[in-house]
Write a protein that binds this ligand. Structure first.
Ligand code: SDX
Length: 430
């Protein structure tokens, strides 16, 4: 972070003025370092961290007003058009695009970590068949730490790199296993002759009874869905991974914490919630009624897949996702699907309605992803598992950026509004 050449903010409280240093990054707003306020007897107060920069990071930059998303400086739309998910994983982890040889070595390394320990299969058996796959993912991802005692020294850069490779490689395998377990079908082993997205689709939809032909259009869409979810600055789940990591917890436990945070419908659970919402609306003729409910402050109903803490303009990922949605539905011959028609009508109404315009609510990455996944044949309860799989390189890149630098344990304070100190009252006197 660059010190802003001595630029400072001044805070005057009860007649006393405190100088606070102002720091500048490469892009985006300057930040005011409020670290010394505790010594002046004050905390800052910012529920939901709307105006708080929790850390310094060089991985991803978002300009919510301009609808810009950069990964290590590269715009998401260029990465979606010219790159692929594994190359983006390399970029997020290493900071630069790989050479042809570096990419080949990275892709081969990831392939050779895609299998999971056979003992993990027994862990799956402990779940009911109707367990939500996110419950399984929380459990089995955290359990991975029980299998790699040889590489748990977070101070060792080589062990951190091996862990990053293992997590990126194994998440699709675990995700597919959570799906197969629900179906009662046998787990499919990964295949080293397939690329990342092809391998995932093979493990999801293949069976030992016959060869599974991967549809290249679907595989490309799957790769793009992973790519669009790979990282997104200090979102709730990434901040959870950083907070867990700041205690020195092992990376598998930190990623499991990130998966748990992502599960919420206000965050990564939104893609599943979008499809559930469209099912609830049921028919285009009901859309106006539901838009009215979404605008009613006393009604908890919200249009899932709409709105964003940072994007007060179109989510650049949503544009790419919408194009991918059209490609997939065309390939599958379902471009006039009622669900897509309803989503497009809902989007049109919402984008013209003054409530949504005034509150700057636009479709986010989750609005179209669920429609694509449903068209591919992935059940709604698996949508957030796909999101978690895609987000893993982002989580691990942020974890590594923090652990490889200087960091303190995250420990926010509070505004206490409870009772004043009082003495204990025995039963007979209450
Ligand atoms: C993701 O942070 C990230 O980067 C997340 C993510 C990532 O890649 O990691 O981008 C992924 O989580 C995308 C968001 C997915 N969530 C949803 O689609 C759920 C629906 N959206 C909302 O819950 C909401 O928009 C949030 C949670 C996404 C953002 O919440 P904020 O920033 O705290 O904003 P807010 O809830 O205060 O909303 C501002 C206003 C409110 O009205 P007022 O209180 O000001 O009168 O807009 C209203 C809200 O009531 N509003 C909506 C709405 N979203 C916000 N009204 C109707 N429908 C909606 N979807």
């Amino acid at each position: 972070m660059a010190d802003n050449g001595g630029k400072k903010a001044q805070l005057t409280i009860d007649g006393k003025t405190v100088d606070l240093p102002v720091m500048s990054g490469t892009l985006g707003p300057d930040v005011i370092d409020v670290g010394k306020l505790t010594g002046e007897g004050y905390f800052t107060y910012d529920p939901g961290f709307v105006s708080t920069a929790s850390c310094e990071s060089a991985i991803t930059y978002i300009d919510g007003g301009a609808g810009v998303l950069l990964h290590r400086g590269y715009p998401i739309d260029q990465l979606a058009e010219h790159s692929n998910y594994l190359e983006l994983c390399y970029l997020l982890l290493n900071g630069e695009l790989p050479s042809q040889d570096e990419y080949a070595v990275f892709a081969d390394t990831i392939k050779r970590h895609t299998m999971v320990h056979e003992q993990l299969v027994h862990l799956f058996r402990g779940f009911r068949r109707d367990a939500h796959p996110m419950a399984i993912m929380c459990g089995v991802t955290g359990a991975l730490s029980a299998f790699y005692h040889d590489s748990m020294d977070i101070a060792d850069e080589t062990q951190r790199r091996i862990t990053a490779h293992r997590l990126i490689a194994k998440m699709p395998t675990l995700a597919a296993m959570s799906y197969k377990y629900a179906l009662g079908q046998p787990f499919m082993y990964p295949r080293n002759d397939l690329d990342y997205a092809e391998n995932f689709l093979h493990m999801m939809f293949g069976t030992p009874c016959e060869d599974y032909e991967v549809n290249p259009v679907i595989a490309k869409a799957m790769d793009r869905i992973f790519l669009l979810h790979a990282d997104h600055e200090q979102n709730a789940s990434t901040s959870t991974v950083r907070l867990a990591g700041s205690t020195g917890a092992n990376p598998y436990a930190c990623i499991a914490a990130g998966i748990a945070a992502l599960w919420g419908p206000a965050h990564g659970g939104a893609n599943e919630a979008v499809l559930n919402m469209l099912d609830e609306i049921g028919d285009e003729k009901n859309i106006d009624k539901y838009v009215k409910k979404a605008k009613d402050k006393d009604d908890p109903f919200r249009i899932m897949g709409f709105g964003h803490r940072v994007y007060k303009n179109y989510d650049p990922r949503a544009k790419v996702m919408q194009e991918t949605c059209r490609e997939v539905l065309e390939e599958l011959g379902t471009e006039d699907s009622p669900v897509l028609r309803m989503a497009q009508r809902l989007e049109k109404i919402a984008l013209e309605d003054e409530y949504f315009v005034e509150k700057k609510l636009y479709p986010n990455v989750d609005f179209y992803s669920g429609i694509i996944l449903k068209a591919i044949g992935i059940p709604t309860e698996m949508f957030t598992v796909i999101f978690a799989t895609g987000r893993t390189p982002g989580w691990i890149a942020h974890w590594n950026e923090m652990i490889s630098g200087s960091y303190k344990i995250g420990r926010p304070r509070q505004l206490y509004t409870g009772p004043q100190q009082r003495d204990y009252v025995p039963f007979g006197k209450r």
